[in-house]
Design a protein around this ligand. Structure first.
Ligand SMILES: NC(=O)c1ccc[n+]([C@@H]2O[C@H](COP(=O)([O-])OP(=O)(O)OC[C@H]3O[C@@H](n4cnc5c(N)ncnc54)[C@H](OP(=O)(O)O)[C@@H]3O)[C@@H](O)[C@H]2O)c1
Length: 270
């Protein structure tokens, strides 16, 4: 399959890419500053807030040598003049073009031409959390995916889950899981789920991670649930490593379930 990953440089997206490549899939690595180097990974610089660029990237029509709409071709950017940080639409990105050429104009190592996506993973966020950005980006990706007829797996937040033992209480509203300082982040994730639910045409699944999600060990063991927060059977914690979440994500892409809201938690060995 060709799997498009928005948030390619992120904690989760980068691990989803590694897992996908390890299983022999091709990847479109999508972010404003995608890396490169693996022949099975095509970096495409795209701002997820730019509908035309998002559609081109997913359709695989980002032409070699030209930038996706909204991103300036670095072939026209003198070395050393590319912006170093996050850029606004229309600005040059840090050394990588929409097609993976470097700021010097040389082809990026291992770059292969873009292909149409067979599946899309949306795994983006901003610091601080920006609810409008998240809702707009989600709608943009769902719109493009619906036009192209591909499924989107949205990696969102735990806040959108129901509380264990209290199905009417969302995790976002439960102080046992979400202290006040994280409430805005949790509510942004809930708004993202509502955006998916309101989309009439797209084929989507919304993945809420457990409460704790951090880099760790790839065990390949996890338990799958639907719309209620899960806790691990040994220590009662709601957690998974980002590596094992990536295993679960790629499993879900390869064998899609029927539920629209899913979650995963670490599964101990015994
Ligand atoms: N327990 C939980 O519920 C929990 C915990 C952690 C994460 N999460 C969720 O998991 C998802 C991924 O999180 P993460 O930790 O992997 O995030 P991260 O490490 O902060 O990465 C964010 C990604 O978003 C991309 N991005 C941001 N703005 C963009 C834009 N305008 N256009 C294109 N790409 C953009 C960034 O790439 P560029 O900067 O290169 O554009 C980067 O790849 C998020 O939905 C997050 O809320 C949930």
């Amino acid at each position: 399959m060709t799997i498009a990953v928005f948030g390619a440089t992120g904690m989760v997206g980068s691990r989803v890419i590694a897992e996908s490549v390890a299983r022999g899939h091709r990847v479109l690595a999508l972010s404003r500053k995608p890396g490169n180097g693996d022949p099975n990974v095509t970096p495409v610089a795209v701002d997820v807030g730019d509908p035309e660029a998002v559609h081109e990237a997913l359709a695989g029509t980002t032409a070699p040598g030209t930038a996706a709409a909204g991103v300036t071709a670095t072939g026209t950017t003198a070395p050393g003049t590319a912006a170093a940080g996050p850029t606004a639409p229309g600005a040059a990105t840090a050394g990588v073009t929409a097609t993976g050429t470097t700021a010097t104009g040389a082809p990026a190592t291992g770059t292969t031409p873009p292909r149409p996506a067979d599946a899309v993973i949306l795994s983006v966020r901003t610091f601080p959390a920006d609810r409008e950005f998240l809702v707009g980006a989600t709608r943009t990706v769902l719109d493009a995916a619906a036009r192209l007829g591909v499924r989107v797996l949205v990696i969102g937040g735990a806040g959108a889950l129901r509380s264990p033992g209290d199905p009417d209480l969302l995790v976002a509203d439960n102080r046992a899981y979400v202290p006040d300082e994280y409430r805005a982040v949790a509510l942004a994730g809930t708004a993202q789920l509502r955006t998916c639910e309101a989309h009439a045409d797209a084929d989507w699944v919304y993945l809420s991670p457990p409460a704790e999600l951090e880099p760790g060990e790839r065990t390949g063991r996890y338990r799958r649930g639907t719309d209620t927060l899960l806790t691990a059977s040994d220590d009662g914690r709601s957690w998974i490593s980002a590596e094992d979440l990536a295993v679960a994500v790629v499993d879900e892409v390869e064998n899609p379930g029927t539920e629209r809201h899913i979650t995963f938690v670490h599964r101990p060995s015994t």
